[in-house]
Design a protein. Structure first.
Length: 140
């Protein structure tokens, strides 16, 4: 079976610490794979907010997640804190990648790495649009 392999960028320009809540724990007693995607979403929102953007207003356009790749490495448990590092790269005319590195705060163990493919979208016109020039200036 072919397994997804991510090559992370060398530098991450943002990070946020997120506590693991009891509602993040699945029947196996650890953070579920679906919750990891939720944690990535939370980190993405914090990243965007840090730059005064949101998924609905990314310098005048919206964002849609096209795809996601997650490599799970270690478990997280109730009471843990996870530091999520975020960066953007691979800009094209209408899209870019966001990379994430999740590190357990207490012992600095890498628990997951991920990539989301993001597309710029006009929700009113219901169509894909170009990455705004101001975004390229900020993140490239």
């Amino acid at each position: 079976m072919n397994r997804a392999r991510l090559d992370l960028p060398k530098e991450f320009n943002f990070h946020v610490s997120i506590p693991i809540r009891i509602t993040d724990i699945n029947y196996g007693g650890h953070v579920g794979n679906d919750t990891v995607l939720t944690l990535l979403h939370e980190a993405r929102m914090k990243f965007l907010h840090h730059y005064n953007y949101s998924e609905m207003d990314f310098s005048g356009v919206g964002l849609i997640m096209k795809d996601v790749t997650i490599e799970f490495k270690k478990e997280l448990f109730y009471g843990d804190n996870v530091d999520v590092y975020v960066t953007t790269t691979n800009f094209s005319r209408v899209a870019f990648d966001m990379f994430y590195k999740m590190i357990k705060s207490e012992d600095k163990i890498e628990v997951a790495i991920a990539r989301t493919g993001m597309i710029c979208y006009d929700y009113k016109m219901k169509k894909i649009v170009s990455v705004p020039a101001s975004i390229l200036e900020t993140f490239q």
